[in-house]
Design a protein around this ligand. Structure first.
Ligand code: CAA
Length: 449
């Protein structure tokens, strides 16, 4: 059977940067350690006044198409995943296609366009849709463009404000992909939850502490479901395990649960038994609370062991390096985690061809999805191109003062009508920019040379 997967990736960050421990924490009267050590974040990316989900998505897609030498006719499908949409009818993909058609001679007239919604898991679901379309033989040799784009902003003074971010990840999904192929096997953990939602409002309603528990519960169910159709997972099976990363501290919690599950009944559990005992088995307890206490004690011990720390540093930590500098990008976040890991492998000169990744996506509301990926022959070249573009963008971001941050947040707040001119903090250069509204309330964009 033909392999289907990700052929190439391009990342577009918002052009502004908020230093969390240096600028945000002192203004909030908080200890910088909450950011660097607790949440695991150094900075957030923000959009300048002329950036939004369309410009970031279109700019990512444009660079991807340029690097891959693609024309609109080569793309049979454009799916945008976002939870920051501004229209309940016209999909963001039509705006992005409209932008791209300003700079290409051809048109996306025969491409199927849509918009996917299920919180942060929608990016992965869009990849799924593309995978199924190709596997069904409906693609006529063409590829799909999947764009995960979000402005992950929270209301001022919401605890989530600490984890904001903005950016887009464009991915080309093709037959015989150059980067990673996707496993047919998938696992799901899904339940009707009210942990994080946006009932026709711009900023989310969040039960932050509960959202952390819901993430862990759905991820555990997805892993069990994955194992019911694939082989049982083992901690040595995967080169990296990229998770959805609302903030790196969340992944630290998820990874510990995953490791405990994967080493159960293995020689690793046996080897650790002398140090921390064996894992508590639910059937050995009559009382649920006693079982939970025993589990917590085991996990506290496990996270201090050399075996776990070495595994975490090698398999999970490399997935977090981009996220630490940009914050949460919702639908793009798990795709940043994959990119981050592969970039680390390039930097370390590792040969990853044929190695496997286990990818854990999550969307509030709530659903987790887990699948495996196999790294393909030309992965290095593809990641080098992506990394060069990303490094240049990250280094070029404008550092916000706290007052500028407050102003930028207001600029992007749909409920606030600002007095006076909206100042741009950066200068657009060979990119799509937002330039105002049309007569039917549509947004208008142009390419700046
Ligand atoms: N030094 C070291 N660590 C510190 C510290 C310091 N000075 N101060 C605080 N910390 C630690 C805390 O102990 C805590 O770590 P643990 O969770 O391991 O105990 C961590 O830093 C965060 O501190 P708080 O819990 O005090 O932070 P908070 O109350 O402001 O809220 C949050 C944290 C609930 C995650 C909040 O940021 C939030 O609501 N975020 C949005 C929701 C979210 O991201 N949920 C994640 C799961 S849902 C999801 O994944 C979907 C999605 O993308 C939104």
């Amino acid at each position: 059977m033909t392999e289907v997967g990700i052929d190439a990736i391009e990342i577009r960050t918002g052009k502004l940067r908020l230093d969390l421990p240096g600028t945000f924490a002192p203004a909030q009267g908080e200890d910088p350690g909450k950011y660097t050590k607790g949440l695991g974040l150094n900075a957030s990316s923000f959009p300048d006044s002329y950036e939004d989900i369309v410009t970031m998505g279109a700019n990512a897609a444009h660079r991807l198409m340029e690097r891959e030498g693609l024309e609109p006719e080569d793309v049979g499908r454009i799916d945008v995943a976002t939870e920051s949409s501004f229209d309940n009818s016209k999909p963001v993909s039509t705006y992005i296609a409209g932008c791209l058609e300003q700079v290409y001679e051809g048109k996306f007239s025969h491409a199927n366009k849509g918009e996917r919604k299920f919180a942060c898991v929608a990016g992965t679901q869009s990849i799924d849709d593309a995978y199924n379309w190709i596997r069904a033989g409906r693609n006529r040799g063409r590829s799909a463009l999947v764009i995960a784009t979000d402005t992950a902003l929270y209301a001022r003074d919401d605890p989530g404000e600490a984890t904001q971010g903005a950016g887009a990840v464009a991915m080309l999904i093709s037959e015989d992909p150059d980067l990673v192929s996707l496993s047919t096997e998938q696992g799901y953990g899904s339940a009707d939850e009210t942990d994080f939602l946006k009932p026709n409002q711009q900023f989310p309603a969040v039960d932050g502490k509960r959202s952390v528990q819901v993430y862990l519960a759905r991820m555990r169910e997805a892993l069990q479901d994955f194992e019911s159709v694939a082989d049982r997972t083992h901690s040595d099976d995967f080169a990296y395990i990229p998770f959805h990363t609302p903030f790196p501290g969340m992944v630290r919690k998820a990874a510990l649960f995953g490791y405990r599950h994967m080493i159960r009944d293995t020689s690793i559990e046996d080897d650790l038994a002398e140090e921390i005992g064996r894992q508590p088995r639910e059937e050995a307890f009559e009382d649920e609370e006693e079982y939970e206490d025993a589990l917590r004690e085991y996990m506290d011990g496990l996270k201090e062991t050399d075996a776990y720390r070495e595994w975490y540093d090698r398999i999970v930590e490399p997935t977090l390096t981009i996220s630490r500098e940009v914050g949460n990008w919702y639908t793009g976040s798990v795709h940043l985690a994959r990119a981050s890991a592969l970039r680390t492998a390039v930097e370390e000169g590792r040969d990853l061809t044929g190695e496997r990744l286990l990818v854990g996506s999550y969307g509030s509301g709530a659903q987790a999805e887990i699948h495996a990926e196999t790294v393909q022959d030309d992965w290095r070249e593809k990641i080098e191109g992506m990394a060069a573009s990303l490094d240049e963008q990250l280094a070029g971001r404008y550092d916000l003062s706290y007052e500028e941050y407050e102003r930028v947040h207001d600029v992007h707040n749909h409920a606030i009508e600002l007095d006076g001119d909206i100042e741009e903090l950066t200068v657009p250069d060979e990119e799509f920019v937002f330039e105002g509204w049309g007569r039917m309330g549509e947004r208008k964009y142009r390419f700046v040379e």
